[in-house]
Design a binder for this molecule. Structure first.
Ligand code: SAM
Length: 223
């Protein structure tokens, strides 16, 4: 039987090669680098300029890297985050505890990273006084949030691997889930994805991508 494998990306941080979907969880040019570029710089820091209480929905919790860098950023900037991570096919706890993110980013917060993985599904917890956290074991196709989030980190596997997650139906759900002036960011810059986002009402910005990628996408819900 084929198994998921942890490997080292170009910036030294781990990623996982998915056996089921035959793709990597992150850019091979650098998992941590990509997380900061696409989700922290293009979304969280962008929002944090104007507000200090921010709710985030992540599509594809996976390794927990995006949640962990968001926690570190909240502590650094003294902002309050409410974080909801959706995941349909969780990684094993053995893989989660082997990942080198705390070691590379902030060893003093390692327990919080592990707690993200060990915490129960569908049960909100106060991971830190500045970081409310919940992971939901659910397929994104079946969610139904209404104007609840300031930011969506759309981090599904690429359209080539999972075309069913990049449809107008799913993007319509993303649009509904965001508050007014909410933003969705994704590493994906495919023309068809940008057209779908536009079709459901988003205003699209093409931003420079992380190393190894020309572009990424930021989509704004402008009333
Ligand atoms: C590109 S990986 C990124 C994961 C995560 N953001 C990270 O940094 O590790 C995509 C994730 O989406 C999850 N996924 C796949 N299909 C899904 C679905 N239908 N609903 C929710 N999550 C799904 C995968 O299991 C995987 O964890």
């Amino acid at each position: 039987m084929k198994e998921d494998k942890i490997y080292i990306t170009a910036d030294g941080s781990h990623s996982i090669q998915s056996a089921e979907f035959e793709v990597s969880y992150h850019s091979k040019y650098g998992a941590i680098q990509e997380a900061y570029h696409v989700f922290i710089n293009a979304a969280l820091r962008f929002k944090a300029v104007i507000q200090k209480d921010i709710s985030i929905l992540e599509v594809g919790f996976g390794t927990g890297l995006n949640a962990f860098v968001t926690l570190l950023e909240a502590l650094k900037r003294n902002i309050n985050i409410s974080y909801t991570g959706l995941e349909a096919f969780p990684i094993s706890i053995e893989h989660a505890t082997s990942l080198n993110y705390p070691k590379l980013l902030d060893q003093t917060q390692e327990q919080l990273f592990l707690e993200m993985h060990r915490s129960a599904w569908n049960t909100p917890i106060t991971l830190h006084e500045q970081f409310l956290f919940e992971k939901q074991l659910v397929k994104i196709e079946s969610i139904d949030f209404r104007e609840q989030f300031d930011i969506i980190y759309f981090d599904a596997f690429a359209p080539g691997a999972q075309p069913e997650l990049w449809t107008a139906e799913v993007m319509e759900k993303m649009y509904q889930a965001l508050k007014e002036n909410g933003i969705l960011t994704t590493y994906c810059a495919k023309g068809s994805v940008k057209r779908t986002l536009k079709k459901v009402g988003f205003t699209i910005e093409a931003l420079p991508g992380p190393p190894g990628k020309r572009e990424m996408t930021r989509a704004l819900k402008i009333p």
